[in-house]
Design a protein around this ligand. Sequence first.
Ligand SMILES: [Ca+2]
Ligand SMILES: [Ca+2]
Ligand SMILES: [Ca+2]
Length: 227
Amino acid sequence: MNGLSATLGGLSGSGDLNLAGHGSNIFGKNLTINGTTTEPSLTLATAAGFTGDFATVTGLPAGYKIEVTETAVLLVVLSEFELWAEENNLTGDDALITADPDNDGKTNLEEFAFDGGPNSGANDDRESVLITGDGGTDYLTLTVAVRAGATFSGDPLTASIDGITYTILADDDLVARDLTVVERLDGIASGGFPEPGPDYEYRSFRLTSPTTLADAAFIWIGIGQTP
Ligand SMILES: [Ca+2]
Ligand SMILES: [Ca+2]
Ligand SMILES: [Ca+2]
């Protein structure tokens, strides 16, 4: 286990935990981990059919969690979403991606994707849709805070980063998506936004065809979870 050792219910070892005599019922047992690791996932113990939950887990390396599957006790690195939830002091059901602990209608996944505050119901939207100029021509333009470093490509424009997939969509009648969007590469279209959080940046996307106020057109960003 790369220098990591673990103790379960009084047993200890520098290799995989020996569960002989303990069975696979870990309910109420105490897990102690000594050392640290940089591996994304380590198996601490294997058995046929683990049941129960540890009473306590001590010595968990920062940025890791314990995951108990049917057949293994694993030390697993936290996802970017889980780190974000931890930084925002979300625990239990309030930390689920589908939860909305501040009751503002935005799920935690949406708050995470768009630099929202999961503990503040105040309007903190960092997104605008404007008709604005690019190279002397006006286009319908979406500006939005997303996770920093996302690379958008394809049609529709999509980017996968930190467990999120962003998709930029546009349409003229909301019947079938049929307008093409490109990213503005000469900087974002409008100011006036708050500074983004350290893991976020503003990006701007516009229709490929010019837009006037007389045109009916819509542009929006959708998100999904990337496994
Ligand atoms: Ca919310
Ligand atoms: Ca919020
Ligand atoms: Ca359409």
